[in-house]
Design a protein around this ligand. Structure first.
Ligand code: 5GP
Length: 115
């Protein structure tokens, strides 16, 4: 299955990469929701958390932390994984959002979305 992130990884669609190796890439989100908004993405097409093995999940998480430090997010950051329809996932390729660069506040959902 080919999706927009596969196309960015293959170079068919431009992406602003901050890290890449044979297993994981990190590039800037096209519609940033914070001063720093990165996407940590497995090179191999994996749709969701349930399709990834523990090794890959560990690599994604540790890569997210490392790039956050490299991008200067020393005062903290937020990681988000949207999964499935209710989770608001739009791109069907597993990814971790890394958000930071300002105080993001305590809320995990927007005011009007809370139960
Ligand atoms: P999701 O809701 O699936 O977790 O989020 C997908 C994210 O991918 C969104 O934040 C969106 O802005 C980002 N995105 C969608 N298309 C592109 C693209 O072509 N390039 C980049 N860099 N980001 C994209």
């Amino acid at each position: 299955m080919q999706d927009i992130f596969c196309s960015i990884i293959s170079g068919d669609v431009p992406g602003e990469f901050v890290f890449r190796d044979e297993k994981v890439v990190v590039f800037k989100d096209i519609h940033p929701q914070a001063p720093v908004h990165l996407l940590v993405v497995p090179v191999r097409h994996v749709e969701g958390i349930g399709d990834a093995d523990q090794e890959m999940l560990g690599i994604l998480m540790s890569t997210a932390h490392r790039v956050a430090q490299e991008q200067g997010l020393v005062d903290g950051y937020r990681l988000i994984v949207n999964d499935g329809e209710h989770g608001g996932k739009l791109v069907p390729h597993l990814h971790i959002h890394v958000l930071g660069g300002k105080h993001l506040g305590p809320k995990m959902v927007r005011e009007g979305d809370a139960i």
